[in-house]
Design a binder for this molecule. Structure first.
Ligand code: G3I
Length: 300
């Protein structure tokens, strides 16, 4: 394949990117997106604060704009995200306990009903673990330790057709406590029949940290539990070509690693300031990391 998507599709995978609504008027961005990618994620537009700004009042305009653009070009869309400690509807801050739990359930039902049958996957719960492998404290966690499984059970009922994912960062290193914490939760969910289909590893390699040599072990270990895995928000400090090659190769080596998404397309799209962590430069030119990813996809 001569593009990321064509190369990924050779092995039945996808290659995705994230975009904000503002990119819908950015012709440079759209040209690359249309040429290279076959999966899209909204960076902010499908998050709880965006989709339910006021109680019971849903707003899907921004999310739908991205969805429609992508689907009209033959792409699929990953939904991001339904329950998270950040970017919550403002009214959630006034709630706790059973009332907040009910609000979370209502939110999942409201958003998933709107997108029923349309999405490839939902990040049902995002970033619920702390670095030490225990649950991250949050208002949602304070509603009871079962809030995550309640979210997944609600999600399955709301849209039985969509893959349900747990998504987090710093879970790439197999020996890291947080990775083990998430792994144990997924194992427990599978053992007890809590509906879950996939784990999203955000794959933000930051601050000079290098790709862990055991990344493939992490992917294959999650997969062995009976879930798909995906790299959902990849970016790498200074777009190290060897680290991009390594993360792509790790995915290609694991049959249940179904695709890779980068968090933006050009360095100018990135949330990571001046780290230039993406595959295209500010002038829309592919970087060395692009070639290393393309070659790793084509080698499979
Ligand atoms: O839209 C307002 C704008 O009106 C205002 O002038 C400006 C001033 O700060 O803020 C704008 O909102 C910002 C929004 O992005 C849109 O650009 C928010 O401040 C900013 O906090 C928000 O950041 C987003 C971040 O999630 C928030 O948590 C990033 O765009 C988004 O890329 C990032 O994505 C997260 C994933 O959801 C989860 N994993 C980590 C990843 C990177 O942080």
């Amino acid at each position: 394949g001569t593009t990321l998507k064509a190369a990924a599709e050779r092995s039945g995978r996808y290659f995705g990117a994230a975009m904000g609504r503002d990119r819908l008027s950015d012709t440079g961005f759209l040209a690359i997106a249309n040429r290279e990618f076959d999966m899209m994620t909204a960076v902010n537009e499908m998050k709880p604060d965006a989709t339910q700004p006021n109680r019971g009042q849903f707003d899907f305009r921004a999310g739908d704009a991205i969805y429609n653009w992508a689907v009209q070009r033959g792409m699929r869309v990953r939904g991001h995200t339904l329950a998270w400690h950040a970017q919550q509807p403002r009214f959630w801050a006034t709630l706790s306990g059973g009332a907040l739990r009910t609000a979370m359930i209502d939110h999942i039902n409201g958003v998933m009903t709107h997108y029923r049958g349309k999405l490839a996957a939902w990040d049902v719960v995002n970033e619920a673990f702390a670095e030490n492998g225990s649950r991250r404290s949050s208002n949602l966690q304070s509603t009871g330790n079962d809030w995550i499984e309640v979210a997944f059970r609600t999600a399955r009922n709301a849209d039985p057709s969509v893959k349900l994912c747990y998504n987090d960062y710093n879970i790439e290193n197999w020996t890291y406590a947080k990775t083990q914490g998430v792994y144990n939760m997924i194992r427990d969910f599978k053992a007890r029949g809590v509906p879950i289909d996939c784990v999203g590893l955000q794959t933000h390699f930051t601050g000079g940290s290098s790709l862990p040599g055991n990344f493939q072990t992490t992917l294959s270990s999650f997969a062995a539990l009976g879930v798909d895995v995906a790299l959902t928000e990849a970016d790498v400090t200074n777009a190290s070509a060897s680290q991009y090659q390594g993360l792509t190769q790790a995915c290609m080596n694991v049959p249940r690693c179904i695709g890779i998404t980068t968090w933006g397309i050009r360095d100018s799209d990135s949330w990571r300031g001046n780290e230039n962590p993406l595959l295209f430069d500010r002038n829309s030119n592919p970087k060395a990391a692009y070639t290393s990813v393309l070659n790793a996809l084509n080698a499979a």
